[in-house]
Design a protein around this ligand. Structure first.
Ligand code: CP3
Length: 342
């Protein structure tokens, strides 16, 4: 039986100690990942199922997280449709940038899906190498987040090119949304208990624009797999997510960044599903003592809640672990959470 704590969070069963999972827990801060990277490229770690499984297993074995996430990247569906994707030390590179003529050359969804098959096998092997009492989830990027990457090459700056071409977004979304639905299907087939829709750029548009232009695609993905999809939206405010289409059936849960008050987030989403978050990943760079103090201060109001009010909580960060995060503080995080909340 996979992690009981995570299963309880998914089902909204009140419990004392929350499951712990950190986005990017398999990453450059960790010795285990660095050892793998000495021998293999990032792309091979993602594409060779045995390597992906080992990358995902490492941090769970070392830090005793309650769950693992597929080792992969959100950008592969862009490559599957026909954009060039490479990685160097500066991060991902997409060439050429998306415009109407590139979009006209995109593969059909049917032809793109086989390019993502490797994720099913990676998921299956990860399940095999994980201890039976750990949970396993998958992920894809949000449609808007992938659009911004395709158009701008990053999430930095004003995003004026992405925001000023709604027709290009619509044509892109009409291709990407069904592809992501098939991508999720592959991951669920491979054994994911839940798949996160990671929408890192969701908070960049205003709430009104987000709900009018973008939320429809988000909802379509959630509704394709009832009870199976979690929605993480970085930079969003309550107004982005206060919408009748996000009722208690659309998503299995929500992830919030560190700018939310976690108690308020539990109040807003706890009745609709799990709530993942949300310690500030930058605070893991504090000295060990200052970090432990900051963590305890953050946990205090959460520990004071009843298990009922904490229902659904998946304890972790408000975004991904940053490269060069001290491992000691990651270890302390897991220990203190389980000491304070039991
Ligand atoms: O444990 C895990 O969470 C690993 C799986 C994972 C990776 N990327 C591996 C990775 C996940 C869930 C992601 C998601 C992802 N990838 C997002 C959404 C979440 C977020 O962070 O906003 C985005 C925007 C990407 C695109 C991407 N891939 C970026 C911006 C980078 C460079 C930044 C960085 O941290 O290095 C990557 C490369 C990448 N993806 C690495 C890893 C481990 C580093 C590759 C390397 O240099 O070895």
């Amino acid at each position: 039986m996979p992690s009981e704590r995570f299963q309880n969070a998914l089902r909204g069963v009140p419990q004392t100690t929350p499951p712990v999972w950190m986005m990017r827990q398999a990453g450059r801060y960790h010795w285990h990942y660095q050892e793998l990277r000495k021998k293999h490229s990032f792309v091979d770690l993602c594409r060779v199922p045995e390597l992906a499984a080992e990358a995902a297993r490492g941090p769970v074995a070392d830090f005793d997280f309650d769950l693992a996430i597929l080792f992969s990247d959100i950008l592969f569906p862009l490559e599957a449709l026909g954009l060039g994707l490479s990685y160097d030390d500066g991060g991902p590179k997409l060439e050429p940038k998306l415009d109407a003529s590139q979009l006209a050359r995109f593969r059909s969804v049917e032809d793109a899906v086989p390019h993502l098959e490797f994720q099913r096998e990676a998921m299956r092997l990860t399940r095999q190498v994980l201890p039976a009492d750990k949970s396993l989830i998958g992920f894809v990027g949000g449609v808007w987040t992938l659009f911004v990457y395709a158009v701008e090459g990053s999430h930095q700056g004003s995003l004026r090119k992405s925001k000023a071409d709604p027709a290009l977004y619509r044509a892109f979304a009409d291709r990407m949304t069904p592809l992501l639905i098939e991508n999720i299907r592959l991951q669920l087939d491979g054994g994911a208990e839940c798949v996160m829709l990671l929408d890192t750029a969701a908070g960049e548009p205003s709430p009104d624009w987000f709900r009018r232009e973008l939320l429809g695609d988000v909802v379509r993905i959630g509704q394709a797999f009832p009870g199976k999809i979690g929605y993480y939206s970085k930079g969003s405010q309550p107004a982005h997510l206060r919408d009748p289409r996000l009722d208690d059936k659309t998503f299995a849960g929500y992830g919030v960044d560190w700018r939310w008050d976690m108690t308020e987030a539990l109040g807003m989403f706890g009745s609709r599903g799990f709530v993942q978050g949300n310690f500030d990943p930058a605070l893991l760079f504090l000295s060990p003592d200052a970090f432990a103090d900051a963590l305890r201060r953050w946990l205090e109001p959460l520990a004071a809640l009843s298990p009922e009010a904490r229902r659904g909580w998946v304890c972790g960060l408000g975004h991904g672990l940053l490269p060069a995060t001290p491992e000691e503080n990651v270890r302390t995080f897991v220990r203190i959470v389980r000491e304070m909340i039991r």
